[in-house]
Design a protein around this ligand. Structure first.
Ligand SMILES: Cc1cc2nc3c(=O)[nH]c(=O)nc-3n(C[C@H](O)[C@H](O)[C@H](O)COP(=O)(O)OP(=O)(O)OC[C@H]3O[C@@H](n4cnc5c(N)ncnc54)[C@H](O)[C@@H]3O)c2cc1C
Length: 402
């Protein structure tokens, strides 16, 4: 079999890269060891966030929001998006100062971000009982996708229209290198020749890169969320809320409330140390972590402590500087990577895929992502990588992360 490019992994990042490459006239084949969207992407909270810690991430986030809202126009498939807007809320002086900094730098990068008026949280959020002393930012650009599977389905439908071939239940077992160039892959079922191979293998990115002798600095770290049973206290039309001092995010979901967050001592997981059959279903979940988080906001958001209808989790791919890795793998012409999600891979996938496909195909896109190239890290030991990845995770909404 041959293709113009092989994408390894049918998560949000791989599917978006394949779709954008197909729209640029390439014939991609996507190889997925399980089912499309069954790993991290199928478990995401579906939140898109316009306020980001640097200008490049802001441009990627806002371009992704635009691509999600206009998906039917450019991709030819339906995608249901909830235009909820979001509140960023701080209850401590330190976090108030942090939000002020975020607001002024984000406004400078073009984001529509407004300081909340007194009483606005009480008026606009059915599930939040504030004291009135919170500092709040209103981010009207923010959106969410209710069920993460709908983004995957939309990419698959659009991909079929573009002639993308998807091979599911088929693992890539080797990356073929000939004359120091990557020329294709071996899978559990066949060989595929292609001048370009994209490693979009999520938590398995490192081991897939190693198949070709390449190094990509990502450390998988667990992330969890819960959805409560339907509760009258939650208006499904309410915005997203992020309580930054508690590192918790909330949104309406299935008639109840979704709550997820970033613990201070998260669990790193190395799939290389696990059985070959390891999948996201094997990531150990701990509801106690989420309960400790919802306790921090129990006074303001009692609904978050309600009975749990769903508890799910998976792995983020963290990088030492908290930014994506997307670009050519050093010293291995033909091998590219789309990973290092740092918790935003679902929402950024449409813009990352667009920019990366443009780079691969030689079409300068709207966003130059060369700063995200994997070469920026050089050699990093496993220990240093995990330490840095855990630090980035635990400072997701934190002033120290600025
Ligand atoms: C609970 C939770 C909530 C989240 N919430 C959000 C959110 O609100 N917003 C946001 O932006 N992000 C969120 N994320 C992060 C987001 O889910 C990830 O950033 C994103 O899904 C990463 O996409 P991916 O394509 O890199 O990975 P994945 O979806 O994991 O896809 C990688 C694919 O590669 C496949 N693969 C691996 N090895 C091979 C191989 N050898 N051969 C073939 N295929 C292979 C895997 O089976 C997998 O399907 C959340 C994550 C979790 C766990």
């Amino acid at each position: 079999m041959d293709a113009d490019l092989v994408v390894i992994g049918a998560g949000a990042l791989g599917l978006s890269t394949a779709l954008h490459a197909a729209l640029l006239g390439r014939r991609p084949v996507v190889v997925e060891r399980y089912a499309a969207g069954s790993q991290a992407s199928g478990r995401a909270a579906g939140l898109f966030k316009s306020v980001q810690a640097d200008e490049l991430r802001t441009r990627i986030a806002r371009r992704s929001i635009e691509l999600a809202l206009t998906f039917p126009d450019w991709a030819g498939a339906e995608l249901a998006v909830t235009r909820s807007g979001s509140f960023l809320v701080a209850r401590t002086d330190e976090h108030r100062a942090y939000l002020r900094t975020e607001a002024s730098q984000s406004a400078g990068w073009g984001v529509d971000v407004r300081v909340g008026q007194p009483g606005e949280l009480a008026r606009r959020l059915s599930y939040f009982r504030g004291t009135g002393r919170e500092h709040a930012l209103w981010c009207p650009e923010d959106i969410y996708i209710e069920e993460p599977s709908s983004l995957i389905r939309a990419c698959l439908t659009a991909g079929r229209l573009q002639g993308i071939e998807l091979l599911e239940s088929e693992a890539v077992t080797g990356v073929i290198v000939a004359g120091s160039r990557v020329t294709g892959v071996e899978t559990t079922k066949r060989s595929i020749s292609a001048p370009v191979v994209v490693d979009a293998a999520g938590a398995w990115t490192r081991q897939v890169a190693r198949l070709a002798g390449g190094e990509v600095a990502v450390a998988p770290v667990r992330h969890q969320l819960l959805i409560t049973e339907p509760a009258g206290a939650v208006d499904p039309a309410d915005p997203i809320t992020r309580v930054v001092d508690a590192a918790v995010y909330l949104r309406p979901a299935r008639g109840g409330l979704m709550a997820g967050g970033f613990e201070a001592a998260p669990l790193p997981v190395d799939p290389r140390a696990e059985a070959r059959s390891f999948s996201t279903d094997d990531v150990p979940l701990d509801i106690g972590v989420l309960r400790a988080m919802t306790r921090q906001i129990a006074a303001e958001v009692p609904a978050a402590s309600g009975p749990v209808a769903e508890h799910r989790g998976g792995l983020f791919t963290m990088t030492p500087d908290g930014r994506f890795v997307a670009g050519p793998v050093p010293d291995l012409p033909g091998l590219w990577v789309a990973s290092g999600c740092n918790g935003s891979g679902f929402s950024s996938s449409l813009a990352i895929g667009e920019a990366l496909a443009g780079w691969i195909c030689g079409h300068a896109g709207r966003i130059d992502i060369s700063a995200l190239s994997p070469a920026r890290f050089g050699q990093v030991t496993d220990e240093a990588l995990v330490t840095a990845g855990v630090w980035q995770y635990s400072h997701y909404y934190d002033p120290a992360g600025l």
